[in-house]
Design a binder for this molecule. Structure first.
Ligand SMILES: [Zn+2]
Length: 467
């Protein structure tokens, strides 16, 4: 979407931000000294540098909604629909470019090892990696890797280095460093490390905009590796800001405001509302008549105190990736992944047979059903499966499964051409299917009324099974 087109569809984050939102987006947000009250309340009382934990509320004054269809309303900036379809069932892998902006006095120098350290923290947190500080949390099935290919297709480390004192100090320049350095924001998560004056970090912009990126104070990049070790130096500033980048608000957004929890506050129901940010690391805290989510990455507790996104936060982030950042992430099949592939061909009764599935993906639960519709009524057929995806003309259709294939029991399509089979993982050949394995399925069926070959096939279905 072009910038102008985006303007047409812009919507505002909140009425209090209308005045700022009417400014051109290329205007750098107000300097700290002109902000009063609101910013002051966000300065971490324990921080030796007197900085605010996050500049999101000040910087993020304008939001463009998407034109990508009605489903985008499931996670726009006014409500959330945490539908099951957004549950973490497969992996989104996001390529990252880190722009290291150094000062001539040496400030801001970050080694590739420190950058990789930060990427590791992100993956520990977003994937709730076992044995890591993020382990108690929820696996969002969103992960990050340094880009290996740059926008021109050339190999890259995923890190750029520049030295510019004005840029390092986050000053307004023409053009701005973000305009010079940014890689295609639809395809890369741009992270800038610099002196984010007044803040630990912030997210600025909207999906695909020239500002779109995460801006981090260089001292708090990586895990405890900058010149000073402090309570907020465990790499969670990036986790928090990427939460904003993927559409999350602070858990204390809107305070104790009433109304639907999917349409007020942080737009999430499984994070209790609280009146203000939590500092330090309390074992528990109550506010607004309920327990404060003190361990949540979108609160303001110390880095070594936070370790979770909730299920609904995960669904909102995944919805944002699907509808607002659809070119960003590679999808990697994981347990619970189902994907149709290959094409079915017309048969003597219609446009062709389509394969589907029902039940869980669990080998233990043993209730995975394969089904097909649009086959020839009353005719026999079989589901079969194998390790490889191929595309080879076969009969009147296309054979989509290759490698060593296994045939399941013969079925007869009913009077409308449907058939179904529940897999039994305790019996061959379905006993070859184990947890976390991926297989490809297809339905072969007789079609004697068709001229020439007397059989046809459905399209293909890839399934990755769960424990
Ligand atoms: Zn924030």
């Amino acid at each position: 979407m072009s910038f102008k087109a985006a303007l047409i569809t812009l919507s505002l984050l909140g009425s209090a931000d209308v005045a700022q939102a009417l400014q051109p987006t290329s205007t750098r947000p107000l300097p700290q000294s002109t902000n009063t009250g609101r910013l002051q309340s966000q300065v971490n009382p324990e921080d030796p540098y007197g900085r605010a934990r996050c500049g999101f509320d000040e910087k993020h004054v304008i939001v463009y909604e998407s034109t990508q269809g009605a489903q985008a309303s499931d996670c726009n900036w006014s409500s959330t629909n945490p539908d099951q379809v957004y549950a973490p069932t497969f992996i989104y892998s996001i390529p990252v470019v880190v722009h290291v902006i150094q000062h001539t006095n040496g400030d801001g120098a970050l080694s590739p090892a420190t950058i990789q350290d930060q990427i590791d923290v992100l993956n520990e947190d977003f994937r709730a990696a076992q044995g890591s500080p993020g382990a108690p949390g929820l696996d969002t099935m969103i992960q990050f890797h340094l880009a290996t290919v740059d926008p021109d297709g050339a190999p890259t480390t995923g890190i750029t280095y520049s030295t510019n004192d004005a840029w390092h100090n986050d000053e307004w320049t023409t053009p701005g460093y973000w305009e010079v350095l940014q890689w295609d924001p639809e395809r890369y998560l741009n992270i800038y490390t610099l002196n984010t004056v007044g803040y630990y970090g912030y997210y600025w912009g909207s999906p695909g905009s020239i500002e779109d990126g995460v801006y981090l104070w260089w001292r708090y990049v990586g895990n405890n590796s900058s010149p000073t070790a402090e309570n907020d130096n465990y790499g969670r500033t990036a986790t928090h800001e990427i939460g904003h980048y993927l559409g999350l608000h602070h858990t204390f957004e809107g305070g104790c405001s009433g109304g639907s929890c999917y349409g007020t506050g942080d737009l999430i129901c499984d994070t209790n509302p609280h009146s203000s940010a939590t500092w330090g690391c309390p074992s528990s805290e109550s506010s607004c008549g309920s327990q404060v989510p003190v361990r949540n990455y979108m609160n303001y507790t110390d880095d070594n105190c936070m370790w979770e996104f909730t299920e609904e936060q995960a669904r909102r982030m995944r919805c944002r990736i699907q509808w607002y950042r659809s070119n960003l992430a590679d999808t990697e099949p994981g347990c619970g992944f189902a994907g149709a592939y290959c094409k079915s061909a017309p048969n003597s009764v219609g446009t062709g047979a389509l394969i589907g599935h029902a039940g869980s993906f669990s080998v233990t639960t043993n209730d995975v059903e394969l089904n097909v519709s649009g086959a020839v009524p009353g005719q026999f057929g079989i589901f079969y499966f194998g390790p490889n995806q191929i595309s080879t003309p076969f009969g009147h259709g296309v054979r989509c499964v290759g490698g060593e294939t296994r045939r399941l029991p013969v079925l007869q399509a009913d009077f409308i051409g449907d058939a179904a089979l529940t897999l039994d993982f305790t019996t061959a050949p379905a006993s070859d299917i184990t947890a976390d394995s991926t297989w490809n399925f297809q339905f072969w069926y007789r079609d004697p009324a068709a001229a020439g070959a007397t059989f046809n096939l459905s399209n293909g279905l890839e399934l990755t099974f769960c424990p």
